[in-house]
Design a protein around this ligand. Sequence first.
Ligand SMILES: *[C@@H]1O[C@H](CO)[C@@H](O)[C@H](O)[C@H]1NC(C)=O
Length: 648
Amino acid sequence: MPSWRAARRRMLRLAAGLLAACLLAVMLGRYGPPGTRGSAPRRRPFALEPAPGAQPNNLFWFVQVTDVHISKFHSPTRAPDFERFCRETIPVIQPALTLATGDLTDAKTKNTLGSDQFEEEWQTYQTALKRSKVMEQTKWIDIKGNHDTFNIPHLKSVKNYYRKYSGWQKDGSFHYIHSTPFGNYSFICVDATLNPGPKRPYNFFGILNADQMQELSLLAAESHNSNHTIWFGHYPTSSIISASPGIRMAMSSATAYLCGHFHTVGGLLPVLHTRHHHGTLELELGDWKDNRKYRVLSFDHDLFSFVDVTFDEWPVVLITNPKPYLYSSSAHEPLQRILHSTHIRILAFSPSHINSVEVSIDGVNLGNAVQVSAHLYVLKWNPQNYSLGFHQIEVIVQDISGRNTTQVHTFAMEENLSLKFGLFASWLLLTDHYIWVRTLFILTVLIQILLLIFFRYRRTPTLKQPLGKAVRISFSLHVLSKIDLFYYSFLLLTLYTVLGPWFIGEIIDGHIGACFSFGVFVDGHFFEGSITFLIALAQMLFFNLPLMAYTCWCLFLRCQGHCFSSHLRQVRQCWVVPIHFCMSLLFLWQVYSCYFLLMTYGTMSFFFSPLRTWAVTLTLFLFYRTWRLQSSMLRTFILEMKNYQTSK
Ligand SMILES: *[C@@H]1O[C@H](CO)[C@@H](O)[C@H](O)[C@H]1NC(C)=O
């Protein structure tokens, strides 16, 4: 027997190892090489000319800022800083255009739980634009984020303040062409915000239905003759549910997709950049809200570069030739031009005069770049010297105020080298999160239901020595599943989590809706589930399953003849206290979520919430019944336990 058990253990370990290896292989396959450079076929052969030289031509740059979150309740410096950004930073950088990619306002209530559109926040935003006259300095394109669409019954509603107070004022996706003497550059906006707009948190994911995808495909087709296409939107592609052929496919001809929304996960992942399979870069930008981030991007002889910087940190430095290898795409850019270029090119910006732009490659100082226009600095070089392998360029820019900035990156001119984006950033940006969350949720539901049914219809075995952990667990599951009250309660709770409305209430003020695990109904619209599955999964993992385990444990103690007060005295404290403590915490979380509901969706949803307020009541009832259950209902199990204890 022991050898069989050892063999089984070995098999299990082997299976676990194989599973882990498969997962890793999938991860690497998906997020690893050949992700470094675009693998899609080229649209057309790229001309070697014009190649970057000493002239300040074939060059323009633009700026992105995101998640501004102007709030009337929080962070009093956020809006004034933003106005200063418009009034001081933009005139220094002089971008051809500026993209503000959503969440212009915070739209959260004072306690940060509820959400609503506040006209004051929008007025503050508009005042910043007007007083700074930023729209005379740059083409200002601002779009909506999920916060800008909280609690909006329809686009024509007065609550849709975006229409009144933003710079751009037009809802929906669009195509803007920036025309220059050296070519056309397309900017396509993806508007995946929900209409109507539910209150938080149910618009954390964007949705693009078949019609909207059709429209985007048309815009993509329109942009085919442009030198480059940039797509931008609020949501990263991993938080958009899109109809066929999928949002990443639709933007495969784009050089880059610029977005916000994730706030670089509260600063945990400061660099959230990756590349799609077709070569399109996906570049999430950190927020203005807490981190005061913005981004400067450029096309220099059709080579794309960008740098993410922090407000008020000068000089801002962007090396446009040679560009970083990691962000190069042979499918979208004429990369051979680097090898044919005559000059290293650097954009440098500062409110003070710039003193020096010092360039070195691989630690060898090449000298100072010279200024050829307001912001462009060039230095003659011989790219042939660097035609093999990786090289590192370092540029130190100093202004007369003594501030300096160092920019370093790795470049290369060979085609088939490999550099990778961070695995975790790629995972976060390339996974359709609603799919794995949904799968995991359904799995946990199945596991719980199968456990209940299995133990209900299996004969309870007689207890034998040794009374190991597995035997105790299975015995307690037998007890729980065979008592109707508990069996049906847990079955109902979990089936209800899947099927029933969690709550009914004003999903939008004045518009009743219902929330399910699989989506949200409001005002005759249905929004496919996404964040709902995440909440449902949390409900399963942090409530339904732990509550069942806890009830099993209590029932087991009951079978051993304990009552509530006796088990507290007699059972080993090192177990009892933590178990009750953990369960109380999980219970408190459930109580808090009732409060959250009250704060976000109002009184009605608080009372019509089978999965919240009612479930809390059910829990208290189950707890009471567990300890006050008549011994007669447990008789067979208590006898079984007694037999075992006397036989011992
Ligand atoms: C933009 O595209 C046109 C047409 O293909 C081409 O003639 C022009 O050189 C391109 N511009 C740059 C800067 O490469």
